[in-house]
Design a protein around this ligand. Structure first.
Ligand SMILES: Nc1ncnc2c1ncn2[C@@H]1O[C@H](COP(=O)(O)OP(=O)(O)O)[C@@H](O)[C@H]1O
Ligand SMILES: [Mg+2]
Length: 315
């Protein structure tokens, strides 16, 4: 149960999630329409970066209109005299669970879902942006079996060099740790690390493994391939994941279109083996009840065109 029954006229129904400095509530407006509301409270000057992050998250999400990218509807700034005291971001409510909690029922479904993620990220890249924090907890599977990419808090224009290390241990790309330029290949790495975990329940070595005190050495040579950990993984999928997690960004797939196409090939490999009766119910299968569900679509999803970084529109 949430700690409030109402925020700014929205009825609070439940707490959906708690992030580093934010809480996400399920809310209802006067017309009984459901939304998610992210609330970031600034309790000290050092919280300013979380406020900035929430504002940027809203601005980035507003640039896109694509079924795989969670929409942002409104930004509300609460002030204490002239200072911002909290930020509320009204968002599309996603009915479902994160990939961390709810995994696809088989490798075919996993390929299709990851293909949808690649398609959504491809839309962001065409619009000039990198998500920069793809991980199982920032991808939701809807009750209809499709995916929705959430949490644009670290998203940035292609080519950004960040002031501080941002990303998530176990999924973070080398260039994020070394504070080099963030590019679409950063999302390729983060998605590769996500697929590795989905396929093996293990994490790839990154420069910041979870729980480590500092920066460690990484080499993909020390990383077992997914097929070595789980023999049911189609070879095409195993090699795709290993290509995505290359230390050298230029050695990773160039575009999300390539990643999506290779996922389609892997899904077919899985289906063929399935038809031959080789996959059913063996150990190591991802579990869950997500259904197949990749959808293409003519809409390129970028509001106002897809020719490079769209302008930032302050709200
Ligand atoms: N629009 C949404 N609809 C439903 N649940 C959501 C939504 N946005 C976030 N959540 C839930 O809240 C959690 C934290 O949200 P997220 O945006 O990732 O916050 P943070 O930036 O603090 O990580 C998510 O993992 C998810 O479980
Ligand atoms: Mg998150």
């Amino acid at each position: 149960m949430a700690e409030f029954s109402e925020i700014l006229g929205y009825e609070v129904l439940a707490t959906l999630g708690v992030g580093a400095r934010s809480t996400i509530y399920a809310v209802k407006d006067g017309k009984s329409q459901l939304f998610a509301l992210k609330r970031v409270v600034k309790s000290s000057p050092s919280d300013q970066r979380f406020v900035d992050q929430a504002i940027s998250e809203h601005e980035v999400a507003q640039k896109f209109d694509h079924p795989t990218l969670r929409k942002s509807i409104k930004l509300i700034r609460q002030r204490n005299f002239i200072r911002t005291s909290e930020i509320l971001v009204l968002m599309e409510m996603v009915d479902g669970a994160t990939l961390e909690k709810h995994q696809p029922e088989n490798l075919g479904a996993l390929c299709q879902l990851c293909r949808e993620v690649a398609q959504g990220l491809g839309v962001m890249h065409k619009g000039g942006y990198v998500h920069a924090d793809i991980k199982p907890n920032n991808i939701m599977i809807t009750d209809k079996g499709h995916i929705k990419i959430i949490d644009f808090g670290q998203s940035c224009p292609i080519g950004t060099v960040k002031e501080r290390i941002q990303g998530t241990p176990d999924y973070i790309a080398p260039e994020q740790v070394q504070r080099r330029s963030i590019t679409p290949q950063t999302d390729v790495f983060n998605l590769g690390a996500t697929m590795y975990w989905l396929l093996t329940s293990k994490h790839v070595p990154t420069l910041i493994p979870k729980g480590s005190a500092g920066i460690s050495l990484r080499t993909e040579d020390t990383c077992k391939t997914p097929i070595e950990v789980n023999e049911l993984v189609p070879p095409a999928l195993s090699s795709l994941v290993m290509d995505c997690i290359q230390t050298d960004a230029p050695k990773r797939p160039d575009t999300m279109v390539q990643v999506a196409d290779r996922l389609e090939i892997a899904a077919r490999q899985f289906e063929r083996r399935d038809q031959n009766g080789n996959n059913g119910g063996q150990n190591g299968e991802p579990k869950g009840d997500a259904k197949d569900g990749a959808k293409g679509g003519a809409n390129n999803g970028v509001k106002g065109g897809s020719d490079g970084a769209a302008k930032r529109n302050a709200s």
